[in-house]
Design a protein around this ligand. Structure first.
Ligand code: HEC
Length: 478
């Protein structure tokens, strides 16, 4: 070979070698859907149904436990002796994570195809595992009802509509006019008038609390909480309970939280990260946090970050994406009740968390989900020092409100946690043993997005639902 030719063939070989060993991740898509199509579909089928490789959606895992760690290991190490290549050199940890979330999503969706859930028509009896019930409509004609609170045993209630109206139910009838002079709200996207709750001593003090998207300057907003009274159909005596510094308000209509929870003189509420992921880790920002104040808005002397320079004093826990359901669980044996919260994950990774003072719940450093476009948020689903969720849902169900049932009307359901969902339109019943969820039942699905789940003075479960906007209750049937 003449020297010139030798030189060119050397270049060609080097180029091929370079292309081969260079971290191919740089050129590869970050989108798990595309990655699957490019790297896996040829053997596992376009719809994961199997081919040369086995089906990845039949719930049968031949080579391991089928948990996230197994799937991730298969992708990185492959099964060379069986003809599955190792992708560890090609795919970085984030892409492996996103592919894992993608396969999990597909597996569960495939499993659900073969399962049917109750989709009760009006007043149809649902025979669930432990309790038969009817879904009875009690209030109709609402526009995206967000939450409900009860005023008395006699059928009095207040309901928020996201667009900004506070509606009154008197003796079981919805009054045509909303309460006048309630706070102006930022009613865009997920923002608006959100939670309503009455003070535990409402009968003597008349305080009604509202949490809402508070409009700031230049189209910004942030979740705020006020209390006031209702007199002659109007909102009066308003007091500010929580407002973030206006400079920290943000644009955009996403992730406001929230529900309101009273516990022995304290008030808890959440604020979603408002679409600014990194703010969830920043203690100088109100978003991406669960907050705790006294019921008159004062900052409790034992809040966890009072001594942290720059931290906002009302922060109770942080690293949250969009915690919407917040509820107390009565302690067994008379101890302190526990605060639990659900939060919307991105694509996958909805969470149920047991909230502890000062704890970091990890968003966006760790998550069981990925971005909506299939790219990874993080390569990690857990890290030391970050609170792991009690439970996570992948694919997402879009978890909204929660309540622990401690009443007597459905005796078999005592101590269970009831979870509403938006996208999946489900009401789930979770059975806990200690702080672990040991089973879940979908009580029904597909009759409307569920915004609130709570217990009425009659001991029945009440739900605020969309499609059409209404309040229903679950009436036990013998
Ligand atoms: C060249 C063919 C081929 C390609 C490409 C391939 N696989 Fe595989 N895969 C296999 C074979 C064969 C097995 C072993 C099946 C068995 O259990 O007998 C396997 C097994 C697996 C398993 C373990 C299944 C179990 O039952 O435990 C997973 C998970 C998996 N592959 C995921 C992927 C993903 C994700 C990709 C793309 C990044 C991929 N595979 C690309 C052929 C392939």
């Amino acid at each position: 070979m003449n020297p010139l030719r030798r030189f060119f063939s050397w270049v060609a070989v080097s180029l091929t070698a370079a292309a081969f060993v260079s971290p191919a991740s740089a050129q590869l898509s970050k989108d798990a859907v595309k990655l699957y199509a490019e790297l896996c579909a040829s053997c596992h089928g376009a719809n994961q149904e199997g081919g040369t490789g086995t089906s990845l959606v039949d719930g049968i895992w031949n080579r391991g436990k089928g948990d996230d760690a197994h799937i991730a290991r298969m992708i990185t190490e492959g099964l060379p002796e069986l003809g599955m290549p190792a992708f560890g050199a090609t795919l970085d940890a984030g892409r492996v994570r996103a592919l894992t979330v993608f396969l999990r999503e597909k597996e569960i969706r495939a499993k659900e195809k073969g399962t049917s859930y109750a989709k009760p028509k009006r007043d149809e009896v649902v025979k669930s595992e432990l309790q038969a019930f009817r879904v009875e409509t009690v209030v109709e004609g609402l526009d995206v009802p967000w939450s409900i609170t009860f005023l008395s045993k006699g059928g009095g209630a207040l309901i928020t509509e996201r667009k900004g109206d506070l509606r009154v139910v008197r003796e079981g009838k919805l009054l045509p006019e909303p309460v006048r002079d309630t706070p102006k709200v930022f009613a865009q996207g997920q923002g608006g008038l959100l939670a309503v709750a009455v003070h535990p001593d409402y009968a003597s003090n008349g305080w009604v609390y509202l949490a809402f998207s508070d409009p700031g300057a230049d189209g910004t907003a942030m979740t705020a909480v006020v209390r006031g009274r209702i007199r002659d159909g109007a909102w009066v005596d308003e007091q500010e309970i929580y407002r973030a510094p206006r400079a920290l308000y943000r644009k955009g209509g996403n992730h406001f939280g929230t529900h309101l929870v009273f516990d022995r003189g304290y008030l808890y509420f959440s604020i979603g990260e408002r679409g600014a992921q990194d703010n969830a880790q920043d203690l100088t920002r109100p978003n991406g946090k669960i907050h705790r104040v006294h019921d008159d808005g004062r900052v409790p002397a034992d809040n966890p970050f009072l001594k942290t320079p720059g931290a906002l004093p009302t922060i109770w826990s942080f690293g949250h994406r969009n915690p919407q359901g917040v509820a107390l669980r009565a302690a067994a044996g008379g101890g302190d009740p526990e605060l639990w919260a659900t939060e919307h994950g991105p694509r996958g990774g909805d969470e149920l968390n047991l909230i502890r003072s000062g704890a970091n719940f990890g968003w966006p450093l760790v998550t069981f989900g990925m971005n909506y476009n299939g790219t990874p948020v993080s390569a990690d689903s857990s890290r030391p020092g970050l609170e792991a969720p009690v439970l996570h849902w992948t694919p997402s169900i879009a978890v909204s409100a929660i309540t622990f049932y401690e009443g007597t009307r459905y005796p078999e359901w005592r101590g269970n946690l009831f979870v509403g969902s938006l996208a999946q339109q489900e009401l789930r019943r979770l059975v806990l043993k200690g702080d672990d969820v040991v089973s879940q039942e979908v009580l029904f699905r597909g009759i409307g997005r569920i915004r609130d789940v709570t217990v009425g003075p009659d001991g029945l479960l009440y739900l605020c639902m969309e499609g059409p906007g209404r309040v229903v209750r679950l009436v036990p049937v013998e």
